[in-house]
Design a protein around this ligand. Structure first.
Ligand code: ADP
Ligand code: MG
Length: 358
């Protein structure tokens, strides 16, 4: 069912925003550190129009679900909380938002760590911006989207996902300093592209694990007398910390340094080595990997045409990203790795590249 069939008239306008995958800089964003995501080819589109009955009307084509919102007695839940959150943060920013009808359609896989949530928020705010001609720039879009997710969905997320969805494209990596929001788009390393494979293992422990790591980092920063672990640049400084804080801090410091090395300009080979080192650090020091992710990463690392691979996202399940030689070998690297992984008893799925496999 399209917008017209659901709401009885065509939309006024529409906007899209992509999902993202992070190549380097994992678990660094809540430590005020550096990240290096890129946009994936899949995006979320929000069509929008005015509602005439005083209520907001939301429809997700992916979930085949409709929610009608009369604001005074509405408690956000489910997918509506992301969209309602966006409307509310725009109101808090002093914009007048009339009753709206919004229709969502997305190709971003949901819940696989490619940030369908940020894509939904950024596409929603872009659609409202376009409909009402609001003077909001792309950084503000990301900040409002983050506020919506924190305050209306209850996910204490950093700014990376929304900044990537709002500012990155598929041709570049977005270097982002999450403390200052200083950023730049850098080209992919020479003749290299990404492959993303879902491990097929849901991120069940992700929330508790994430909150625990966050708390450990805060404690480590406190013990080291700095505002955030980002302020530590020499890994030797972490040696005085008790375990497991020492290893947690060591991951954050080395991971930030890996991102900064890429910023200087590195070959595809070296980029791959840094991704491999990142995975080892996430596995051994940060302890957010699981056997399925280790298996998938190892298989990818041994596959011809692959420069390097690592888990991506918070860990405990979800997807792995690899840097691979572009061209014909790319598709082959992805299918070969997937075949081996599934032969090991798992149910993986190629998420990027898209078209060749569907
Ligand atoms: P991720 O952002 O990694 O995909 P999240 O758990 O943060 O995983 O976000 C997934 C949630 O976002 C979904 O469960 C759903 O509530 C919401 N969502 C994202 N895209 C859509 C969509 N197209 N339609 C409805 N809800 C969506
Ligand atoms: Mg998300």
């Amino acid at each position: 069912m399209n917008f017209q069939q659901i709401f009885g008239k065509p939309p006024e306008t529409q906007a899209s925003a992509p999902g993202r995958v992070n190549l380097l800089g994992e678990h660094t964003d809540y430590n005020d550190g550096f990240v290096l995501p890129t946009a994936i080819p899949q995006s979320t589109t929000v069509q929008i129009g005015f509602s005439r009955d005083g209520q907001h009307h939301l429809y997700s084509d992916n979930l085949n679900e409709r929610v009608d919102i009369l604001e005074i007695n509405y408690t956000p839940s489910g997918f509506a909380s992301y969209i309602f959150g966006c409307i509310e943060v725009l109101k808090k920013a002093e914009y007048t938002i009339p009753p709206l009808s919004l229709y969502v359609n997305s190709l971003v896989p949901m819940g696989s760590g490619l940030s369908s949530s940020a894509a939904l928020e950024v596409a929603t705010i872009r659609a409202v911006r376009q409909l009402l001609d609001l003077p909001i720039d792309d950084v503000e879009v990301a900040q409002l989207a983050q506020q919506a997710e924190i305050h209306y969905v209850g996910v204490h997320c950093g700014i990376m996902d929304q900044m990537a969805s709002s500012l990155a494209d598929t041709e570049h990596l977005l270097f982002l300093d999450t403390r200052t929001l200083e950023r730049c788009l850098i080209p992919f390393p020479d003749k290299a592209e990404i492959v993303v494979i879902d491990s097929g293992v849901p991120r069940t422990l992700a929330t508790s694990g994430y909150n625990q790591r966050r708390a450990e980092c805060e404690e480590a920063a406190h013990l080291l007398g700095v505002a955030a672990l980002r302020d530590i640049t020499d890994v030797k400084a972490t040696e005085a910390l008790p375990e497991p804080l020492r290893r947690r801090a060591r991951h954050v410091v080395t991971e930030n340094n890996r991102v900064l090395e890429v910023l200087e300009g590195v070959s595809s080979q070296r980029f791959g080595e840094l991704m491999n080192a990142s995975h080892a650090s996430l596995r051994d020091d940060y302890e957010v990997s699981i056997p399925a992710l280790d298996t998938l990463v190892e298989i990818l690392q041994q596959t011809e045409g692959v420069f390097g691979a690592r888990l991506t996202g918070a860990g405990f399940g979800g997807a792995c990203v690899a840097l691979v030689a572009s061209g014909e070998t790319k598709a082959m690297s992805a299918t070969n790795a997937l075949k081996k992984y599934n032969q090991a008893g798992y149910q993986g799925r190629i998420l990027v590249p898209v078209a060749d496999f569907e």
